[in-house]
Structure formats: C-alpha cells, structure tokens
Design a protein. Structure first.
Length: 566
C-alpha cells in the first residue's frame, strides 16, 4: 500500500492572508475604517528622547523643591507649625501715673470690671478738669491684625507729656506663653517674663490754678468776642511751669476712649483748631510787649540814656527820597509829649521806640541787626526747649528774611520802625515771652521752661548790666503804678506787680487784634513771671489780657497765698 501523509487540520496561515480577510481592506469603505483595527506606527527615537528628557526635568525639579523645603526651610516650617500651636504674646506694662505738683492724679490706668486681673486689658484714663488737655496729651493703644495678633506692642504717647515722657511712663512689657489646640483654643498659658510698670511723673503744674487761667480766658472770649487764648506762669528761679494752658482745647476723654466717632470728627474738623497748643505751638505778632527788650538793648549799646526825653507828638514823618510829596508817616496810639525811657515803657509810646530802634535826627538808633541780636539773646523767635512736643519758633524780621519772603525787596527804615514795636512779620509764642520776661525779673538768667516738678533745668546767664535791668524793671512797674500806665488793671494793694501790655494788629484791615500782657510778681523779690494772650478780638474792644490777669490775681490773693505773698 502506498503510504500517505496525514493531513494537518490547522494549516499554517500567512500574514498577508490575515490582511486579505479584513473586509475593511477588501472592497470595504476606507473612509469609515474601524479604529480598533488600525495599525499603530512606532514613535521615533528622537521623540522618545525628548519625552524622556521632559520627565527627567520634572522629576528633578520636584526632588529639588522637596529637598529645599525639607533641608533648607525645614526648620522655619517647623517653627511656624509650632507657633500655630504655641505662641508668645506681650503682657503689657502698666503706664506710669501722672500727678500735678499737689499730688492730684491727672492720668491713670483702669481695668474693665469683666477683665479684672488681666494685665493686657487696662485703659488710660484722664482727669476731666479743664485746661489740661494740651499738657497731658494722649496715647495710642497696642494694635492687632485681623487674626488677633499684635503688630504694635506698646502704648505709645502721641501728644503732651504722654509723648515727651513716653520712655519714662512706658515701662517694659512682659511676655506670656500660650499653647493652643488644633481648634486654636488656648489650652494652657504661662508667664515667662513679668512686666515692669512705668515710672510715675509729677508735673510742676498746679491743676487748680491752671483751671482758673483757662476759665478766665474762656469767659473773656465769650464776653468780648475773642477767638482763642493762652496763659503761662513760670517760676523765675527754676523755670518750672505752674500754668501752661491753651483755649479752646479738645475733649481728652473722647480722644482717649475713641468711642464716639461723630464727636471725634467734630473735634478734628472744628474751625478753631482745638489741637493747637497756643502756649507753645502758636506763633503770634507780639506788639508792644517787645519794647522792654528794645529798651534794654538801647541801654546796653549806649544808644540813649534812660533819662533822655524824646518827644511823642502823635506822628513821626519820614521824607520819601523817591517822591518828596509822599512822606512816610508813623503814628503813636496817642500823644504822649516828652517821655524818658521809664515813662515810654509805662505809656507804651510808639514814637519813642521808633526813634530808639531805627534812629531819628541826631539819635542814631539801634538798627535792625542789633535789635535782632538782643531779641535772639532773650529767646524771642526761637524754641524755648520746653519739655512738650511740637513747639514752634516764630520769627524776628531781618533784611535777609525780607529778601527771602519778598523776592529780594530791600529793607527800609520803616521796616526797622515797625519791628521795634513788635509788628511786621514778628511772631513769638507765649512760652517764649514768659521765658524772656522771667530773665528781666531774675537778673538775666534765661531758664529753659519745664513741666516736671523738681527738674531744675540749666539756664544761660545773659551778660547784661544790672543797672540797665533795673531801669527796665522800673519802667514795667510804672506801667502798673503810674497814671496813664497801660497795665493799671494790675494795681493791687496786697501785691506789687510789674507788667507790659501789647496790642498787635492782625491783617491789613486792622479790625482785629491780639491782646497781650506779660509781667512778674512780687516786684521787689520776683518769684513768678506770667503771660496772657487773647487772640483775634475786635479792635474797638478795650478789655483784653490785663483784665484776665486782674481776675486771676484777685482769686490768687484769696485762694493761693503761696504764690502771691510779698
């Protein structure tokens, strides 16, 4: 039998036959191929390389960032995490208490009833006695962000002695350690540093007398129509201020508590400028109160003897070199006739001081430079150095000042005349005038005013003749004692006062004036210098600073014998 090979039931199929069996490739619709049967082309080597490079760079960047956070910033994040759980908060030091010279409490700290025992909750409280707002000032409390964390950790003095003595009053904050749970609720707290309270401060101010000054200034303001005022009284041997008040003043309670926003807005926008401390930060035209310093300068420079008489006929005519038909005419406030220096001070003769200051006829006169030198030596137009912030200097007119202010305009004789009676761009503060007047009273010692009790400030000894000072003192005493004296309102049988008044015109219309009086007492053994300034009153009014001081001394004689005993 012929042998035959056994047939294979699963014959081998060639690859091309598989493709031929695909109906989509044999007469099928190529445009509607089944994607499940489409062939995938392999990626090129270049594409694989770049794709791999991208993955490597991303991985490297991620590893670098993880390493940076773990290694470089790890400690910082650990601390931040710990602070979220445990943090430190300040334990505020109580601010020092402020007293007046009689141990009356003027500023203190108070704890709210519902937070008794919490050293972080105290508020600053102030006396409601009038006349003290500018002296005491106010503070800014510590500040928190919206998360309740302090970004300002101090009670900061912003005005008055709260600012100038802030380092003394502040003390040193302590610190408390707080541990919080995940819900940020406090779990435990421990004090790790106790606060150190601030030191107390005793002022030289007499609160009772300060209130009287303030009320008398207020009364005349309302009675006559002045806009504002200021009063200062200083110990001539120590420079300590017994009174330093300014009217009107801001509401100290409203500012410190900041509860009534409407009232606060009224305070800030009041047209009378309630926040201006007129005793040391307000500068005003002085008028005739500068005449004692012009007189002393004339004696020191041998311009005139104290007994030589000059004639005041009511007007002084100066020829005009550019137009003879239009001479310059300078007037006195009344005809005084022949007056010597003492009488000129007593009646406040303008023409006498025009001649002494600028010269006339055979009298050479001081001249503007010598006048400015003596004004400067007494501290007029300069800061006094008083220990209260925001003090202003003022101005003494000079040729240089005029050239700067009026685009090179030359200085004229009339400018010297007007400066000699305290007009023409001349501005000072009541504090400056009190300091200068005290130097006339005490023999030439120029003290720096101070608000701190027993703080005997250093002083400058002026090189002036005691004999010449005596002439000025006698002239100021005559202003009170003699008939026709401008300070006759200050004549008392129980107390000898020496004084000088001044009325300074405001603006070109001259319908408003500032009224000054400055002086000292007792006359024979001076202890206190004073200044009253009434600001922006009607020019036709005859009641001013002297009337205010008259009422004050009347009350001092009855209630404050410690200041007025001869």
């Amino acid at each position: 039998m012929r042998s035959e090979k056994k047939k294979n039931n699963c014959p081998e199929i060639a690859p091309d036959e598989v493709l031929l069996d695909n109906p989509s490739l044999v007469g099928g619709d190529v445009g509607h191929q089944d994607h499940s049967t489409r062939m995938e082309m392999p990626l090129s080597g270049k594409a694989v390389f770049f794709l791999g490079l991208v993955f490597i760079l991303l991985a490297a960047s991620l590893l670098f960032r993880v390493g940076f956070i773990q290694i470089v910033e790890g400690e910082s994040y650990v601390l931040q995490s710990e602070r979220n759980r445990m943090n430190y908060t300040p334990l505020f030091a109580e601010r020092g208490i402020i007293y007046d010279r009689n141990d009356n409490i003027l500023a203190w700290n108070e704890l709210p009833e519902n937070e008794a025992g919490s050293r972080n909750a105290f508020s600053r409280e102030y006396t409601d006695r009038p006349g003290l707002a500018h002296i005491l000032g106010y503070i800014q409390e510590p500040r928190k962000d919206k998360f309740g964390f302090y970004y300002q950790e101090e009670f900061k003095g912003l005005a008055g002695v709260e600012k100038s003595y802030d380092p003394l009053l502040s003390g040193q904050n302590g610190m408390i350690f707080l541990e919080r749970g995940a819900d940020m609720e406090i779990r435990s707290q421990n004090r790790i540093k106790e606060p150190k309270p601030g030191d107390s401060l005793t002022l030289s101010i007499d609160t009772d007398l300060q209130e009287i000054f303030y009320q008398e200034i207020n009364s005349l303001t309302e009675e006559v129509g002045f806009q504002a005022g200021a009063g200062v009284m200083m110990d001539v041997e120590t420079g300590q201020l017994i009174v330093a008040t300014s009217y009107p003043e801001f509401d100290l309670q409203a500012i410190s508590r900041r509860e009534d926003e409407e009232l606060l807005q009224e305070q800030f926008t009041d047209q009378r400028n309630l926040f201006l401390n007129r005793s040391s930060s307000g500068t005003y035209v002085p008028g005739s109160v500068v005449k004692p310093f012009v007189a002393l300068a004339a004696l020191e420079e041998n311009v005139i003897s104290p007994d030589r008489q000059l004639t005041s006929a009511g007007t002084l005519t100066i020829p005009n070199p550019y137009d003879p038909t239009r001479p310059s005419i300078f007037t006195d406030w009344q005809v005084h006739g022949d007056v010597d220096m003492r009488r000129a001070l007593a009646v406040s003769s303008n023409i006498y001081f025009y001649k002494v200051g600028g010269g006339y006829g055979d009298l050479e006169g001081l001249g503007i430079h010598k006048m400015a030198e003596y004004f400067d030596s007494f501290g007029l137009g300069k800061q006094t150095g008083v220990d209260i912030p925001y003090e202003k200097a003022g101005n003494v007119p000079t040729p240089q000042w005029k050239a700067e202010q009026f685009q090179g305009d030359m200085w004229r004789l009339g400018d010297t005349y007007n400066t000699s009676i305290g007009q023409y761009g001349f501005t000072i503060t009541p504090m400056q005038l009190t300091k200068a007047t005290a130097a006339l009273a005490n023999g030439g010692k120029l003290h720096r005013p101070t608000l701190r009790l027993n703080n005997r400030a250093s002083y400058q000894e002026l090189e002036v003749s005691s004999d010449n000072l005596r002439v000025i003192q006698e002239g100021m005493r005559a202003a009170v004692q003699d008939s026709g004296g401008t300070a006759r309102a200050l004549q008392f049988s129980e107390l000898e006062v020496a004084a000088k008044t001044g009325t300074a015109e405001r603006g070109t219309g001259s319908d408003r004036v500032n009224s000054w009086v400055t002086g000292y007492f007792p006359y024979q053994e001076p202890r206190y210098a004073f200044t009253i300034l009434m600001i922006n009153g009607p020019a036709d009014n005859l009641i001013g600073g002297s009337a205010v001081m008259r009422n004050i001394i009347d009350q001092m004689l009855n209630e404050f014998p410690q200041y007025v005993a001869n």
